[in-house]
Ligand binder design. Structure first.
Ligand SMILES: CC(C)(COP(=O)(O)OP(=O)(O)OC[C@H]1O[C@@H](n2cnc3c(N)ncnc32)[C@H](O)[C@@H]1OP(=O)(O)O)[C@@H](O)C(=O)NCCC(=O)NCCS
Length: 301
């Protein structure tokens, strides 16, 4: 019921953050993270609740009645059903879309110490329950520099509008006035291996959903950038976000659901990292030190 209390235009990522945090109030045993059986139960529970909270956040925002989980469907099939089921007695899951979501979630599951994973570890290091730690991780992923890049790609493609305006954008990027969204990576300096797999899957999804009109622009932009000296010299290649937004959009997910889907996929990785930390016998509470650079002595008048 607490889902119903959010304002009708609440951002679904804010709803997810709050409802995941609220789960700790439903399971009084959740903080007992030292007990392996209890710990495993809470982890499975959170992974299982994520599709429900994701779909409910979406349907609340759309003003649609909730659609309840169907145990006969796969993890991603169930998510699609809870998201998009209308009045039909049984939602027919399209196997291509089901597989595409599975693939996107696996590719997004873990990526070493990114901002949200370190938040999960940092907060979890106080031995708080996994729901509260995951709420902190979702808060980190909410930020546009982390979970928002695929949304930024879509906005950029919409702004370009037509292929003849690509050269103008490239010139602006080279002049340092803009960045090509979905290009470059802090770690991968020669093609993001995830981007290649996603591009292949995008083509299969578009056979079902119809071609996303922004795809032509994306392909053209990629081709131009990969030939251009500026991008080649700086080893700037498409990253995981370049095509994932196009897939999500073609499947009918609104843009503000993209970070929610990212959070859903990454929950498995967050929990794996969290459990590894809990099991580390040398683990202590996270407590970064700080170097004081202020005044040595000040007199108060
Ligand atoms: C991901 C990202 C933050 C990594 O940054 P980084 O490894 O710190 O790279 P740097 O900021 O050191 O950039 C190195 C050079 O490439 C340029 N560059 C990096 N990414 C660029 C991009 N997307 N478009 C244009 N130029 C870019 C920088 O301007 C810099 O040029 P310079 O040497 O002439 O100053 C950066 O590539 C970026 O902002 N990408 C776009 C946003 C995005 O897609 N994020 C999702 C990542 S999964």
């Amino acid at each position: 019921h607490f889902m119903d209390e959010f304002h009708h235009d609440a951002h679904p990522m804010g709803i997810l953050l709050s409802t995941v945090g609220a789960l700790s109030t439903f399971y009084p045993n959740a903080p007992n993270v030292a007990d392996p059986v209890n710990r495993r139960l809470q982890m499975v529970r959170l992974i299982a609740k994520m599709p429900t909270l994701t779909a409910f956040a979406y349907r609340h925002r759309m003003g649609m009645p909730y659609s309840y989980p169907d145990n006969n469907l796969s993890y991603t099939g169930n998510l699609l059903s809870m998201m998009f089921k209308m009045a039909e007695p049984k939602y027919e899951v399209n196997p291509v879309l089901e597989k595409a979501l599975n693939l996107l979630f696996i590719l997004h599951a873990d990526h070493e110490q990114n901002c949200s994973t370190s938040a999960m570890r940092s907060v979890g290091s106080s031995r708080t329950d996994p729901y509260s730690a995951a709420a902190a991780a979702i808060g980190a992923l909410y930020g546009p520099l982390h979970g928002g890049a695929n949304e930024a790609v879509l906005r950029m493609l919409r702004n370009i509008g037509s292929p003849d305006r690509i050269p103008h954008l490239i010139e602006r990027v080279k002049a340092g006035e803009a960045r090509l969204m979905g290009f470059g990576h802090r770690v991968y300096k020669n093609y993001d291996p995830r981007a290649r797999i996603i591009k292949e899957m995008a083509n299969k999804v578009f056979e079902v959903t119809g071609r996303n009109p922004l795809l032509e622009l994306a392909l053209e932009l990629e081709a131009i950038a990969l030939e251009d000296e500026y991008f080649v010299e700086r080893k700037l290649y498409p990253n995981v976000d370049f095509y994932s937004g196009l897939i999500y959009q073609s499947m009918g997910f609104p843009v503000d659901m993209f970070p929610v889907l990212f959070a859903l996929g990454r929950t498995v990785g967050w929990l794996a990292q969290w459990e590894e930390m809990v099991l580390d016998s040398e683990q202590k509470i996270a407590r970064p030190r700080q170097i004081y650079t202020g005044h040595d002595l000040r007199h108060l008048e």
